[in-house]
Design a protein around this ligand. Structure first.
Ligand code: PMV
Length: 326
C-alpha cells in the first residue's frame, strides 16, 4: 500500500484565471501548457492501519495547516474512490521553490493523486486521473498528460479534463525559469481568483481567449515559434491586467520581473527569439528553442537580482517511480 510518483510543474501558454465552480475547480476558460522537466515534485503515499491520522511531510520546506488540510482532502478523494479505510503518510519534495508562482501546487497534486491511487491499488484511465488532480488544484490536471497539454474547461466534473496535444519529443522548446524571489507569494491563487469578477477586463479576456488558444495550437502545429511566442506574451499580459485591476489588486511583479520583461523584446531585436510568461508570482519563464538557450542565459548575466535559473525541456507527465521517499 505504498507508491511514489513524480510529476512535472507546467507553464501555461494560455492561462487559467478564475473559476466557474469553486468547489469542482471548473475554470472560466480552456488553457494550454507545457510540462517542465526541471521543476517537479516527487511524492510517496502509504495507506496503512498503523496511522491514526494523515501525516504529511514536505522535505526542505513547510506546509501551513491549510496546505496540510488540502492534502488530506486530496487523500479523502482517493479513499472515497478506492474504498480505502486507512489514513496515510505522505512525504513530498520539490526541485523548486514552493508557492512563488512557479506551479508547485500543479506538480504537487498531480504527484499526490498519481502516487495515492497507485498506493490504494486503483489503476485509473489517464483522463479520470486528470479530473481528480483538478479537484486538488486546477492546473494540476495539466501535469498528468505528457508534453503540451490542453485543459478543456467543461461544464461538469466529468467534462473538465486535460489531454496531451503533443508529447515531450514533439518540439525542443525550453523554459528558463528565472527565480527572482523564492519567498511564498502573499495571496494564494485560490484566494486571488475569488475576486476575478471585480476586474473590468475579465469579460474582454474571456472573449479573447478562444481565438488566442486557436492561434497557439495552430502555431504549435506549424512549429511557428514567433507566432507561438507572441500569443504566449499577449495572454500573460492579459491575465496580469485582470489580476492588477481586481479589487483588491494583485500586483505579483517586482522590479527584477519588470527589468526582464523590458529586456526580452530588446533581445528579440538583437535576433534572439525568446518570449516571457509569468504566473501568479514574480518569477519569469523565458520560452525559447534549445538552440537559443545559451544566448538567453548570456543576456541574463547582465541582470542583477536573479536568485536561480531552472532549465526546463518539455517533460513527460506524471508517472509512478520505484524509489520511495520513506
Ligand atoms: O491551479 P492553480 O490554483 O495553481 O492556478 C494556476 C493559475 C496560473 O498559474 C496563474 C495560470 C495557469 O493556468 O497555470
Amino acid at each position: 500500500m505504498k507508491a511514489t510518483a513524480e510529476a512535472p510543474a507546467n507553464i501555461a501558454f494560455i492561462k487559467y484565471w478564475g473559476k466557474a465552480d469553486e468547489h469542482l475547480r471548473l475554470p472560466l476558460n480552456d488553457s494550454l501548457s507545457m510540462n517542465l522537466s526541471g521543476a517537479f515534485t516527487q511524492t510517496t503515499v502509504e495507506f496503512s492501519e498503523q496511522y491514526t491520522r494523515d501525516e504529511v511531510h514536505i522535505i526542505d520546506a513547510t506546509f501551513s495547516p491549510e496546505e496540510t488540510a488540502r492534502v488530506s482532502a486530496g487523500l479523502d478523494v482517493i479513499r472515497t474512490r478506492a474504498k480505502c479505510p486507512f489514513h496515510a503518510r505522505v512525504v513530498t519534495k520539490n526541485t523548486f521553490p514552493k508557492g512563488a508562482g512557479s506551479a508547485a501546487s500543479a506538480s504537487g497534486f498531480a504527484a499526490l493523486m498519481t502516487a495515492g491511487f497507485a498506493a490504494a491499488n486503483v489503476s485509473l484511465p489517464q483522463k479520470e486521473l486528470t479530473l481528480f488532480a483538478r479537484l486538488g488544484s486546477g492546473s494540476a490536471c495539466r501535469s498528468i498528460p505528457s508534453g503540451f497539454v490542453v485543459w478543456e474547461k467543461g461544464t461538469s466534473h466529468e467534462t473538465s479534463y486535460a489531454y496531451s496535444l503533443y508529447d515531450e519529443h514533439y518540439w525542443d522548446l525550453c523554459d528558463l525559469l528565472v527565480i527572482v524571489d523564492k519567498r511564498m507569494k502573499k495571496v494564494a491563487t485560490s484566494d486571488g481568483m475569488r475576486n476575478v469578477t471585480t476586474s473590468p477586463y475579465l469579460s474582454s479576456r474571456l472573449a479573447a481567449v478562444p481565438a488566442r488558444l486557436k492561434r497557439a495550437t495552430e502555431a504549435l502545429a506549424r512549429k511557428d515559434f514567433a507566432a507561438l511566442g507572441s500569443v504566449i506574451e499577449e495572454d500573460c499580459l492579459d491575465m496580469h491586467r485582470v489580476m492588477q485591476t481586481q479589487v483588491p489588486p494583485l500586483p505579483y511583479w517586482n522590479e527584477v520581473t519588470q527589468t526582464i520583461m523590458t529586456a526580452v523584446p530588446v533581445w528579440r531585436t538583437k535576433g534572439i527569439p525568446v518570449y516571457f510568461t509569468i504566473d501568479a508570482g514574480p518569477n519569469v519563464h523565458l520560452i525559447c528553442e534549445e538552440k537559443d538557450v545559451s544566448r538567453v542565459k548570456a543576456e541574463l548575466t547582465d541582470i542583477s537580482g536573479i536568485e536561480e535559473i531552472i532549465y526546463n525541456k518539455v517533460a513527460k507527465g506524471a508517472r509512478t517511480i520505484s524509489a520511495h521517499l520513506f
